[in-house]
Write a protein that binds this ligand. Sequence first.
Ligand SMILES: [Zn+2]
Length: 409
Amino acid sequence: MHNFLFWLIVIFVVFEFALDQILNLLNQKNRISALPENVKDIYDEAEYRKSQDYGKAHEKLELISSILSFIVILIMLFLNGFAALDNYVRQITAAPLLESLLFFGILFFIYEIIHLPFSIYNTFIIEEKFGFNKTTPKLFIFDKLKGLALGIIIGGGLLSIIIWFYNQFPASFWWMVWILIIAFQLFFAMFYTSVLLPVFNKLTPLPEGSLRTAIENYAMGVKFSLRNVFIMDGSKRSTKANAFFSGMGPKKSIVLFDTLLKKYSDEELVAILAHEVGHYKKRHIVKSLALSTIQTGILLFVFNLMSHSAALMAALGVTQNSFHISMLAFGLLYAPIELLLGIGMNMYSRKNEFEADYFSLQTFPGSHLATSLKKLSRDSLSNLTPHPAYVFVHYSHPPLAERLRAMNS
Ligand SMILES: [Zn+2]
């Protein structure tokens, strides 16, 4: 017989699925609405139709993917699939640490298998059809293998330590794990561009020339010590362009995709870089990290309160206590809180984007940021009329029309 927590999990799963479908539907309806005045010049008639088709192709793929995930999770819940998997790993080993690693390893593998066809379809059918794809099948396979290896080494390593803490210190594991995760996050924030990114991409320092000089002049003007500006070979996967800031202290670096260099003027690139510097100067990176650290702490503390309860195990049809079943049942119950926190973080992020745009405009005046954002939008066939409810839940960046409006006010 299913207990109260089981039905709560089912309600949450159904609620999230329904919410997703409603938001997607609203977004689709909004697609045909009139373009805001300030973004009318971005597409010509043909490009506009192409951007609509591109959006629709993605929506269709996402719909199939989310229906499939929804069915799989319901089957696992109603047919006691998690209990069967728990039983299976217990037959292979009696060591609690290995049991939990094996349990999550198998779930991760199943998840990857289910999502692989969607990833292939997206890259080689949709992105290919709209002229974005540069990924070769060989690169695709290597990317997947590298991702898998990193997942096993880093994810598996971190998980092993967490499980060990959990089993050794049942009452106080939560703050130990919290400190561990903080240390981990700081390490990756510091060394992302020097350790992790080079596994997938080649980073070369921006060579001497007019762009480098323009960037150095700008950085000096705003008193920003900038030692690391890298060009990343994004063009080997996609024609889409991007730029981002990462790292802290002496490790702070700005990464420009090589796809930016060909199509954007020096002034436009400096304006984009000024936006990234704005994120740093306004301490957005440190503040976001602090917020996510607090969230992790709350999550671990609440998990600590619930983790050894028999009701949590029973929710997934299991009687024996274990880290993996507690964690999974807790994760499913925590989903609505996670959704709310995610919405909060997106709101915060959108506010930061406005601030970074403002910083760019203040320190590098002109229309360069606006023209570069318009180009970025056109070159990625982005949706210019997302539904406000969809933006509220999912968007980490404000829609282009809003950013342009804020710049002109
Ligand atoms: Zn930004």
